[in-house]
Design a protein around this ligand. Structure first.
Ligand code: GLY
Ligand code: MN
Ligand code: MN
Length: 425
């Protein structure tokens, strides 16, 4: 086993509140496709398993007994590869202890509580209180990225940058969302990607206001926004980047909107320092973008008051970002033990925690003209005095702007891991 894995396992063992409980972390099992073919959905081991095992292995189980010590107590149980898997998939035996020995390992520890994380483990009766507490602790303990993880994220960011470099040359009227996706992803693969980290988003014109739009055959028209949100993945680690372009010449309104988002993004990045509370960064970015919209004549009022009234959610309906690395949301969530913030405008935040050295987060403010929100009669009434509604009417099919980078929090200045990808229009 490589050194980084033994160091990682020992560190995690020390961080978990297991007391005398055993820990089992399952990789999970492949899920068959519904139409009775002999294929499955693409299999990916549960992130908690992958983090500790360092390998993909359907049916694998990492087991740990604290009585055996933080370094020595780990066993990686793996199923035997079958002949069918060798023949149909070319699979090889994954290294580890045969899973047939897991029953004996458990029998020798009968009566001890078990915390069961990762994919489902049908054979184990759970000791639920330990499981929930331990899961939260594992999530928190893997938030700071180790050197091995950072190296992979940097490689994913480099492949992502190559894709965006190609894309920038291509964006013009007449190109379809699908064509852009194809070129972008091909470039990811040419630069070492194992796959795109998540479903690539390409939205032209009004589609750029659909937060997770799946690319279609629609072609960009002259003067339309083209929003692209995509990232390459290498060995399960990924980048998550968004850029917004204009096909052809941007209008003054588009330039202003883009500039407001870009300025808020760059300010937010400078605030990614240890101890900074994520929701405060989110709210500060909201105030800055609302101030920009007021300057553009789209909103009216005092920016801080408009944000207190939650009027920003009309144009900025999502959170400022999330953790990224092993999965597109990685270890996002709450700081251990912290209750959910009851404010309605914060319910779309994917995390509520103070940043710390070694965290990798996305910073992704956006402003959109989303008809489903802006045509809603209840919102029009509630925010009657906050918005220049006739101006909004003119821009209902404009789409939106999002700009997203991946930032490493350090004890010094934040490092933008995706800085090689130009952001200007
Ligand atoms: N790629 C989806 C997101 O930005 O979170
Ligand atoms: Mn994204
Ligand atoms: Mn993101």
């Amino acid at each position: 086993m490589s050194d980084h894995l033994s160091t990682r396992r020992a560190r995690i063992a020390e961080a978990l509140p297991l007391e005398d409980a055993l820990l089992l972390v399952g990789a999970g099992e492949p899920v068959p496709l519904p139409e009775n073919s002999d294929q499955t959905y693409p299999f990916r081991s549960h992130a908690e398993y992958y983090y500790l095992a360092g390998q993909e292995c359907a049916g694998g189980v990492m087991a740990y007994d604290p009585r055996d010590g933080a370094a020595e107590g780990w066993v990686s149980f793996v199923p035997a590869v079958t002949e069918g898997e060798r023949v149909w998939e070319g699979r090889e035996q994954v290294p580890g202890t045969p899973i047939a020995l897991l029953d004996g390992w458990l029998a020798a520890r009968r009566g001890r509580p078990v915390a069961a994380l990762g994919g489902k483990l049908p054979v184990v009766s759970l000791y639920a209180p330990a499981t929930e507490r331990v899961r939260e602790s594992l999530r928190h303990a893997r938030r700071p990225k180790d050197d091995h993880e950072l190296a992979l994220i940097r490689r994913a960011a480099a492949a992502t940058a190559a894709g965006y470099a190609k894309l920038r040359e291509l964006v013009r009227p007449g190109l379809t969302e699908r064509a852009l996706q194809i070129e972008l992803e091909a470039e990811f693969f040419r630069h070492g990607a194992s796959r795109p980290g998540y479903g690539t988003i390409v939205g032209t014109g009004p589609n750029s206001a659909v937060l997770h739009f799946e690319p279609s055959a629609r072609a960009a028209r002259d003067g339309e926004f083209v929003l692209v949100d995509a990232g390459a993945e290498i060995d399960r680690y990924m980048a998550d980047v968004t850029r917004t372009y204009v096909a052809g010449e941007p209008s003054a309104f588009q330039r202003d909107l883009h500039q407001v988002v870009l300025a808020a993004e760059e300010r937010a990045i400078t605030r990614c320092v240890p101890g900074a509370e994520w929701k405060n960064l989110h709210l500060a970015a909201a105030v800055e973008m609302v101030a920009g919209l007021v300057a553009m004549g789209v909103m009216q009022g005092v920016p801080e008051t408009l944000v207190e009234r939650e009027a920003h959610t009309l144009f900025f309906p999502h959170g400022l970002g999330h953790m990224v690395g092993l999965g597109v949301r990685d270890g996002s969530g709450m700081y251990p033990g912290r209750p959910k913030d009851p404010r309605a405008s914060l319910k779309t935040l994917r995390m509520d925690l103070p940043l710390a050295d070694g965290y990798v987060v996305t910073v992704e403010p956006g402003l959109y003209f989303i008809p489903a929100l802006l045509n809603d009669p209840a919102r029009r009434t509630r925010f009657r005095d906050c918005v220049n509604w006739p101006l909004v009417e003119q821009h209902l099919s404009l789409g939106g702007v999002r700009i997203e980078d991946n930032v490493l929090v350090t004890s010094g200045a934040p490092e933008v891991l995706t800085a090689a990808i130009p952001k200007h229009l």
